[in-house]
Design a binder for this molecule. Structure first.
Ligand code: ADP
Ligand code: MG
Length: 259
């Protein structure tokens, strides 16, 4: 059974208005890593809002774990292009935030604070931020802020991680480091991932399956399986099979832009 399932989903933001996405059907298996690529305005963030329960389809159905979505979901972690760290909180305090909000952690927090802090520190260490846990966001580089933001998205052990262009504002070197970090986290303790990006290399590096969307109203044009062995290394990005995958996606995107 699919973990996330879209069944002929369309959405218009205004009643009777233009469709932002049209007839989208797709299935994401548990612990699958998918990437959605497409031109700006094609409805990628709209897809994310549908999965997180922030928007409802105009027609069609969205399911998580076999249940139709009604309202905000707590089994989800999210990170965006802007890290959205709270400036008055340290790294550790930012990472702990979901534990103050999401049950069952919320009601256990007072009793288990030490244990939860240790959990947060373990994650902080895993992403290479040890020593930075008591710093404030403005003391961190952009890449470090995104690392912290991903820790915050994962601290409550969500079954589904949703990433909306999380590395879009970073320089190329930092971006590639974070691809590796994310792949490591996911391989160690798998969860389902929906990554939205317009970086085709990023999609091919990280995803099991890449979906290409058309420009608005967004539809799924192509689904490609990326059968490159894991763990994928940055060296792999210079290999022929990798370049071939990126090239095929590039051609699909190119043909959308011309049409
Ligand atoms: N809250 C909103 N109200 C009205 N229109 C919106 C809203 N959010 C997005 N749209 C429109 O829906 C379309 C898809 O937007 P979006 O999902 O943000 O695309 P993407 O993330 O791929 O850039 C665009 O035409 C955008 O202008
Ligand atoms: Mg967007």
């Amino acid at each position: 059974m699919a973990f996330v399932k879209f069944e002929e989903v369309s959405l218009a933001y205004e009643e009777g208005g233009a469709l932002a996405i049209k007839d989208i059907s797709l299935s994401v298996q548990q612990n699958e890593f998918i990437a959605v690529v497409g031109p700006s305005g094609c409805g990628k963030s709209t897809l994310m809002k549908l999965v997180s329960g922030l928007s409802e389809p105009t027609s069609g159905y969205v399911y998580i774990d076999g249940r139709q979505i009604g309202g905000p979901q707590k089994c989800i972690g999210m990170a965006f292009q802007a890290s959205n760290l709270l400036p008055w909180r340290t790294t550790l305090e930012n990472v702990m935030l979901p534990l103050e909000i999401v049950q069952p952690y919320r009601s256990q927090l007072r009793r288990k604070r030490k244990e939860f802090e240790a959990m947060a520190m373990e994650l902080i260490e895993r992403v290479g931020l040890k020593g930075w846990e008591h710093k404030y966001p403005w003391e961190l580089s952009g890449g470090m802020q995104q690392r912290a933001s991903i820790c915050r998205a994962l601290i409550h052990k969500p079954q589904l991680l949703m990433l909306d262009e999380p590395f879009g504002a970073l320089d190329a070197f930092t971006r590639e480091e974070l691809w590796c970090m994310l792949q490591d986290l996911w391989q160690e303790q798998p969860f389902t991932v929906i990554l939205v990006t317009h970086d085709l290399r990023e999609a091919v590096f990280l995803a099991d399956t890449v979906y290409v969307m058309s420009k608005g109203p967004g539809q799924i044009l192509v689904k490609r399986d990326i059968a490159i062995e894991r763990p994928r290394t940055l060296a792999v990005t210079y290999s022929e099979p990798f370049a071939a995958q990126v090239h095929v996606l590039r051609e699909h995107i190119g043909s959308i832009r011309k049409s």
